[in-house]
Ligand binder design. Structure first.
Ligand SMILES: [Zn+2]
Length: 180
């Protein structure tokens, strides 16, 4: 698949390590792709995001370059068949998780709610300095882990080395089910 053949890109949020690849030499890396993003997250970055100024500038540049191909959604909208964004706010103001469901198998992409799985899956109230709204982030982290454990959803995140089903840990928090 070539970059031009990519039709849809699903953004969990607009932090610099999630959007830098969208531009190549100032042009869209994916010239035909729609960028899906939560309206809450998009508006925050365009107006009053409290991230580093150069990160905000990059997000605005991406918005300019992709222009009409940015499509905002409400949480809970099934954006394309089988892919539903849900609120997972706190890491950034409009941070999103994606639930992907196909043929009875569910997967949750948790985005940046977890940076250090060994700690944050156990102590879900522990936040990194990257979580802009720690109380919201902690609640979202607990909620998404509980949901994935309860419903047997495959669990993955951008900063999590492992991927697979999770369960409640008998001592504290959650853990990946092994062997996977
Ligand atoms: Zn982030």
């Amino acid at each position: 698949m070539t970059p031009a053949e990519v039709t849809d890109i699903f953004m969990t949020h607009l932090d610099v390590d999630h959007i830098s690849g969208l531009l190549t030499g100032g042009e869209a890396t994916y010239p035909n792709a729609v960028l899906h993003i939560s309206g809450v997250e998009f508006d925050a970055w365009m107006h009053d995001m409290d991230r580093e100024p150069e990160y905000v500038a990059l997000a605005k540049r991406v918005a300019r370059v992709y222009g009409e191909r940015i499509k905002t959604f409400e949480y809970g909208d099934e954006v394309v068949p089988g892919i539903t964004p849900r609120a997972a706010r706190g890491h950034t103001f409009g941070h999103t998780r994606y639930d992907i469901d196909s043929k009875g198998v569910g997967m949750t992409i948790v985005g940046d709610l977890i940076h250090v799985a060994a700690i944050q899956m156990r102590w879900t109230d522990y936040c990194t300095i990257y979580d802009a709204h720690p109380t919201m982030a902690a609640a979202a982290r607990e909620a998404v882990l509980a949901d994935a454990a309860e419903h047997g959803r495959i669990f993955a995140g951008m900063h999590i080395k492992e991927i697979g089903r999770i369960e409640r840990d008998p001592v504290r928090g959650y853990r990946f089910v092994s062997p996977r």
